[in-house]
Design a protein around this ligand. Structure first.
Ligand SMILES: C[S@@+](CC[C@H](N)C(=O)[O-])C[C@H]1O[C@@H](n2cnc3c(N)ncnc32)[C@H](O)[C@@H]1O
Length: 216
C-alpha cells in the first residue's frame, strides 16, 4: 500500500504531548528554521514589537526568540492545555513578556484577546495539523486581518514537494499553493524563503518543510 506522509496526533492527551515534546527537541536542521525566523524578526519588526506564535507547542521556538530578543512581547496560541502547561514551565524566566491564549485557530477569534498592535505572526510545524488547505486559508485570512501595516507573517511548515512520489496528508501541500493562499488572504508580498530536510525517496513525517513569508 502506498504510504500517506503525515502523522496522527493526540494534542489533548497529556502523555502523548509529553512524548511529542521529548521526541522533537530541536535538531540542528530545525534550529536553521528558528534562526531564519529570528533574523527576519530582527530586521523586520521594532525591537519592542509584539510577536504572536500560532501553535506554540512545547515552546521551543518561543524560548529561542525570547532569549535572543529581550525587548519583544510574546503571545503563544494553542488549543492544547498540556502543550500550554509544558510551554509555561519552559518559559517561566520570560513570564513578564509572555501571554498564552488557549484557542482553536480555526474556530475561534484568537486575535481578539490581544490588544497590542501585532508586529509579527509566526508558526512552525503547526498549520498542517489544521487538516486542510481550507483551514490554512482561514488562518491566513485571520493573520492578514490581525497584523498591523507592514506586519510580518512567517510560517515554517511541512509541504508536499513538487516531485512527490507519495500521497501527503491534506494539510501538507505544494509551495505554489501556500503562496497562492497568502496572496488570496491579502498579503501584498509572499515568498518561500527556504526548503529544509528535502527528501523525496523515503520521507518521514518530520521532513520536507519550508518557510513562507508574507508582508501585509
Ligand atoms: C506539531 S505541534 C508543533 C509545536 C511547535 N510549533 C513546534 O514547532 O515545536 C502542533 C501544535 O499546534 C497545536 N494545534 C494544532 N491544531 C490546532 C488548532 N486547531 N488550534 C490551536 N492549536 C492547534 C497543537 O496543540 C500543537 O501544540
Amino acid at each position: 500500500m502506498t504510504p500517506v506522509i503525515g502523522a496522527h496526533h493526540e494534542f489533548h492527551d497529556e502523555e502523548f504531548v509529553a512524548g511529542w515534546a521529548d521526541r522533537f527537541v530541536p535538531t540542528p536542521e530545525r534550529l536553521k528554521l528558528f534562526n531564519l525566523i529570528l533574523s527576519e524578526l530582527r530586521s523586520g519588526i521594532p525591537k519592542d514589537g509584539s510577536v504572536v506564535e500560532l501553535g506554540i507547542g512545547p515552546g521551543y521556538l518561543a524560548e529561542h526568540l525570547l532569549n535572543a530578543m529581550p525587548g519583544i512581547h510574546y503571545y503563544g496560541i494553542d488549543f492544547s492545555s498540556p502543550m500550554i502547561e509544558i510551554a509555561r514551565q519552559r518559559l517561566k524566566p520570560h513570564s513578564t513578556r509572555l501571554n498564552f491564549v488557549q484557542a482553536d485557530l480555526v474556530k475561534e477569534a484568537w486575535w481578539t484577546g490581544i490588544s497590542a498592535p501585532i508586529s509579527a505572526i509566526i508558526s512552525t510545524w503547526a498549520l498542517h495539523d489544521l487538516g486542510s488547505q481550507e483551514n490554512v486559508e482561514i488562518v491566513c485570512k485571520s493573520c492578514a486581518q490581525a497584523l498591523k501595516d507592514d506586519g510580518l507573517f512567517l510560517n515554517g511548515d511541512f509541504i508536499k514537494p513538487d516531485q512527490a512520489i507519495y500521497e501527503y496528508e491534506p494539510g501538507r501541500f505544494e509551495i505554489a499553493k501556500h503562496l497562492e493562499l497568502l496572496n488570496r488572504a491579502g498579503f501584498k508580498h509572499a515568498e518561500c524563503l527556504v526548503v529544509l530536510e528535502e527528501e523525496i525517496e523515503a520521507p518521514t513525517s518530520a521532513q520536507n518543510y519550508a518557510c513562507f513569508k508574507g508582508v501585509i
